[in-house]
Write a protein that binds this ligand. Sequence first.
Ligand code: SAH
Length: 362
Amino acid sequence: MPVDVVREIELIEQLEQNHHLTKQEFQELLELRFATGNIDEQQEMDQILFAKARKIQNRIFGNQIYIRGLIEFTNYCKNNCYYCGIRRENGAVERYRLSREQILDCCKEGYQLGYRTFVLQGGEDPYFTDDRICDIVSTMKDNHPDCAITLSLGERERESYERFYQAGAERYLLRHETANESHYRWLHPPELSLEHRKACLRALKEIGYQVGAGFMVGSPGQTVEHLAEDLEFLWELQPHMIGIGPFISHKETPFANEKNGSVEQTLFLIGILRLMFPKCLIPATTALGTLAADGRERGILSGANVIMPNLSPVSVREQYSLYDNKICTGEESAQCTQCIQNRMKNIGKRIVVDRGDYPNNQ
Ligand code: SAH
């Protein structure tokens, strides 16, 4: 066996045992995997990692996969992130906001389809004041007391997060995007800072939310060292959910001509995350499904255990274009759900009607 494969297996075994490596070791592991040009070797390493990830996933979650109904409720955004298709300066996108009634209808339909978690995600849209969000969240909760509500609205004041929590939101997704200061500045305009992003994540945790962080794989300027820092940061934060997906360029952004991230590298990182965080809720993301027809299935087989199908009205789906060629923009929610159910069944997994909270007592 080639020496680098031997070393890589050693690191993976160490990770399996301790759930952790030093930053240098993470970097070494990623370099060994990403730098080798030998496809057979790469596949061999992947299979070793994924088998271990699946073993842990199976021990904790069996063959169950959780679904979260994603409601993309606004594509207005006051921010101008260089990678994102709904950034403020993209004049080519038609903007929309769902009404309170439309959002509640999405939930109603989702509930009938078996969803017990609703994720409200959107751009940072000042129209949705704290009062409006609280009203929507508490009505969702009244209508579906057995459901969990996840918010993903970006950065807000601590008091706002507290009010949303009191209104009934229990989970919050806020990817840190990159844990490296200079890389953060490379991806964002000067008014956004990593420090503030991290402060938001810490506040959310302190308030009592189940918190999701995460990053894009292969974003412009990203190095293996940055990825090692992402893993280190996640270890420090100990989030309940981790969302990662390949960067995909969007034609109306400053990164229009940048290369997309790699499906294989994303899968490898999902495997690492499962070894680091056995109980974490890790989605096989839409971005992964966009770059490969079987991307989400492969995500699950690398250690992910969550799928987030779209419950937004079909009429607006095209407009929530974070990146080019996003999938599932033409199908009705019922079709998307059925499609995911079949896809999971084909790989021996089962979608459950369950809130799918972070497993505290196992
Ligand atoms: N405004 C919210 C929601 C952002 S959209 C927030 O700030 O958290 C959700 C995620 O999509 C982002 O966190 C980002 O990681 C991802 N995303 C945005 N643009 C992308 C792109 N071009 N390729 C891949 N993922 C992207």
